[in-house]
Design a binder for this molecule. Structure first.
Ligand code: ADP
Length: 602
C-alpha cells in the first residue's frame, strides 16, 4: 500500500467545517464513489469536525491508500480521513462522535489526556482506475476549492439530497418492475406446471384404464381358450364313435361274404370309406390337440436312443407318396447321447414335420438330422421346398391355419399338425422353431435339453457319466458300452464344453481324457478343484500319456487313472461302477480312496 496525502486543512470555525465537508465530498466524487457514498462521507467528516471543534482547533488530513498492484483482485484502495485535536475529550463526546461509525467502513478513535484522534475510511470500489497522476490532479482541485458560505453549502446539500432521492426512487421503481416481472414468470410457471400435471394425470388415467381393459381381455381370452379346449374334447369324442361305425360298416359291405356290389356301388363305397378315413383323421388330430392343450398329455420318459427312432421314420416315410425327384435323407444320429424323453411323442413330432416337408417339397431334398451341444439335442427337419412367407411363419403354428398357395389345393391337411407338434415338444420340455425362405425351403428345429424330463418318472435316476474325450470314435464306443450296462452318458469333446456341462448338470462320474482342445484335462481338474461342490465328483482319468505325466501330485482329485492303451472297453463298466458316487447316497468326499486299476496313482 502506498499512502497519498491528498489534502490537509485546519478547522477553527463553523465555516471551516463546511469547507472540509465540501472537500471531503469532492474527493469522494473524484475517486469514483457514488452519490450516496459521497453524502455519507461528507456527513461523517463534517460531524466529526464539528464535534472536535468544541475542544479546540482541528487538523484534518485527507488520504488515499493505493494498492501497489492495483490489478490484484483482492486489493482495494481506501479513502481515509484523520481528524485530531490537541485536547482531552469527554465520554459524552466519544458517544456522540461514534454515531458516524456506521457511515464508514473502518472507524477508530484514540483518546489521551493531550490528544484525541478519529480515523475513518471507506473502500474505493475500482482502484484500478485511479493513478498517481489522477491523485495529483485531484489534490490541485481540492486545494483550489474556495470556501463557500453556509447558504451555498446548504443549497449544495439540498441538491445532493434531491439527487439521492431521485436515485432511490429509480431503484424502487426498478425493484417494483422486477417484482412484477417475477410475479409474471411465477404465474407462467404455475400455469405450465398445472397444465403438465393435468396432462400427466390424464395419461395416468389412460394407462390405468388400458391395464384394466388388458386384464379384462386376458381373462376373457383365457376363458374362451378353455371353452374351446372343452368343446374340442367333448365334440371330437362324440364324433369318433359314429365315424368309426361308418368306416366299420363300409368295410363290412365290402366283405366277400356279403352280397356282391355293382361296380357303381363299389365306387361309391370307396368314396364313402375315403371320406370316413379323412374324417377320422381330422377327429383324431383334434382330439390329440385338445388333450395336449388341456394338459392331460403326460409324457412317459425313458432313456431314448435316437437311432431306432430315425430308422423307423426312414422306413415308414418311404411309403409316403412324394413328388418325383424329392429325396428323403435321414442322417445317422451319431455323437448324440441318449436323452430322457417320451419316444412316442418325439417320433410323432418328427413324423409330422417330415410329412409336411415331403408335402411341400415338389423337388429337391428333405433331411432329418440330429446334433448335440451344451446338453441340448437339436433335431432338424430341413427341406428345399416352397417355403413359408415371413409374415405367416408365426401363424402356421395356429390351429387350422394353412398358407394359401397353388400347391395347397393338391395336398391334404387339417392345419392341426404344427400346433400339435409344438404342444408336444413343449410337453417334452423343449422348443420348436421355424426358419424359412420363400421358394428356398424351410427348417424346423426341435431343441430338447438332455435332462429335461429327468426325475419325472417314478424310477430311480440312473448314474450319470460324463465322458470327455476329443476322440469321437472312443466316445462313441465307450458311450455305447456304458449305456449298455445301465449308465446315463453325456459326452463332451473338449474341456470348455465339459465344464459347461458339469456346471449345468453335475455328473456322478467324470471320465476324463487329458489331451483336450480348448482347456486340457489338467485345467478341467483344477477348475473342479476350485469349487467346493464339484471337487467331490469322482474322476477317472483315461489317458494315453506316459506315467510321469500322470503323477499323483498333478492329478490330485483323481479317483483312478486308466491307461488308454492297456484298458479294454469291457473294463469300463466295472471301473465306472466302482468309481461312481451312487446318486441316492450323495457324493463321496474328495480324494476318492478306492483306487481301482490305477497304474499312475501308486
Ligand atoms: P397341415 O395339415 O395343413 O399340413 P400343419 O399345421 O402341419 O397343417 O401346417 C400348417 C401349414 O403350414 C401348412 O398348411 C402349410 O401351408 C405350412 N407348412 C407346414 N410345413 C411346411 C413346409 N415344410 N413347407 C412349406 N409350408 C409348410
Amino acid at each position: 500500500m502506498t499512502v497519498y496525502r491528498v489534502h490537509r486543512t485546519q478547522v477553527s470555525s463553523e465555516q471551516d467545517v463546511f469547507q472540509a465537508r465540501r472537500q471531503a465530498r469532492q474527493l469522494a466524487d473524484a475517486v469514483g464513489l457514488e452519490n450516496q457514498d459521497q453524502i455519507r462521507i461528507a456527513a461523517a467528516v463534517s460531524e466529526v469536525g464539528r464535534r472536535l471543534l468544541a475542544f479546540g482547533r482541528v487538523s484534518v488530513a485527507f488520504e488515499v491508500d493505493l494498492p501497489d498492484d492495483a490489478s490484484a483482485a483482492r486489493q482495494h484502495a481506501l479513502l481515509r480521513f484523520q481528524a485530531e485535536v490537541a485536547a482531552e475529550t469527554d465520554d459524552e463526546f466519544a458517544a456522540g462522535v461514534a454515531l458516524t461509525r456506521n457511515l464508514m467502513d473502518t472507524w477508530e478513535i484514540t483518546r489521551s489526556p493531550a490528544r484525541t484522534e478519529v480515523t475513518m475510511s471507506r473502500r474505493i470500489p475500482q482502484p484500478a482506475r485511479l493513478t498517481e497522476a489522477d491523485l495529483s490532479a485531484i489534490q490541485a482541485d481540492i486545494a483550489g476549492t474556495a470556501a463557500g458560505t453556509p447558504l451555498q453549502e446548504l443549497a449544495e446539500h439540498n441538491r445532493q439530497l434531491l439527487a439521492t432521492l431521485g436515485e432511490v426512487q429509480a431503484h424502487r421503481d426498478e425493484l417494483l418492475r422486477l417484482n412484477e416481472e417475477l410475479a409474471d414468470t411465477n404465474r407462467g410457471v404455475m400455469a405450465l406446471y398445472s397444465e403438465l400435471s393435468e396432462e400427466l394425470e390424464a395419461t395416468n388415467r389412460g394407462v390405468v384404464a388400458l391395464y384394466a381393459e388388458l386384464d379384462q381381455r386376458t381373462s376373457e381370452l383365457r376363458a374362451a381358450s378353455e371353452a374351446k379346449t372343452r368343446f374340442l374334447a367333448n365334440v371330437t369324442h362324440e364324433l369318433r364313435s359314429p365315424v368309426t361305425s361308418i368306416t366299420g360298416l363300409a368295410r363290412l359291405l365290402r366283405d366277400p361274404a356279403s352280397d356282391p356290389l355293382t361296380e357303381n356301388q363299389a365306387h361309391q363305397l370307396a368314396l364313402l370309406e375315403d371320406s370316413g378315413r379323412n374324417l377320422l383323421t381330422l377327429v383324431n388330430e383334434l382330439l390329440d390337440l385338445a388333450k395336449a392343450e388341456s394338459g392331460r398329455l403326460q409324457p412317459s420318459p425313458e432313456d431314448v436312443d435316437l437311432k431306432p427312432i430315425f430308422d423307423t421314420l426312414r422306413g415308414t416315410l418311404r411309403a409316403v407318396p412324394t413328388a418325383e425327384g424329392t429325396d428323403l435323407v435321414v442322417q445317422e444320429p451319431t455323437g448324440v447321447p441318449a436323452l430322457r424323453t417320451d419316444p412316442i411323442m418325439l417320433a410323432q413330432v418328427l413324423r409330422n414335420l417330415l410329412t409336411n416337408a415331403l408335402k411341400f417339397t415338389p423337388s429337391g431334398e428333405v433331411r432329418l438330422s440330429a446334433a448335440y451341444e451344451n446338453d441340448v439335442v437339436s433335431l432338424t427337419v430341413e427341406d428345399t421346398g416352397i417355403g413359408i412367407p415371413p409374415e405367416e411363419q408365426g401363424r402356421v403354428f395356429e390351429e387350422f391355419y394353412q398358407v394359401r398357395h397353388a400347391l395347397q389345393a393338391k395336398v391334404t391337411g387339417t392345419g392341426l399338425g404344427l400346433p400339435y407338434a409344438r404342444r408336444l415338444v413343449e410337453v417334452l420340455g423343449g422348443t420348436l422353431d421355424l426358419e424359412s425362405e420363400i421358394g428356398r425351403g424351410s427348417r424346423f428345429t426341435v431343441r430338447l435339453p438332455v435332462g429335461a424330463l429327468t426325475g419325472e418318472s417314478g424310477e430311480p435316476a440312473q448314474t450319470l457319466v460324463l465322458l470327455v474325450d476329443d476322440d469321437e470314435a472312443f466316445r462313441t464306443a465307450a458311450g455305447h458300452v456304458l449305456r449298455s450296462c445301465g449308465f446315463a452318458v453325456r459326452e463332451a469333446a473338449d474341456g470348455r464344453t465339459a465344464l459347461a456341462s458339469i456346471a449345468a448338470h453335475p455328473p456322478d462320474l467324470l471320465l476324463l481324457d487329458l489331451r483336450l482342445a480348448e482347456l486340457d484335462g489338467f485345467a478341467v481338474l483344477s477348475a473342479l478343484d476350485a469349487d467346493d461342490v464339484l471337487r467331490r465328483i469322482p474322476v477317472v482319468v483315461v489317458t494315453a500319456y506316459p506315467h510321469d505325466v500322470t503323477e499323483p501330485s498333478r492329478l490330485r482329485h483323481t479317483t483312478a487313472v486308466l491307461d488308454k492303451t492297456a484298458t479294454t472297453l469291457d473294463d469300463l463298466c466295472g471301473v465306472a461302477r466302482l468309481a461312481a458316487a451312487p446318486r441316492s447316497a450323495g457324493h463321496r468326499g474328495p480324494n476318492g480312496d478306492r483306487k481301482t486299476e490305477g497304474n499312475g496313482g501308486s
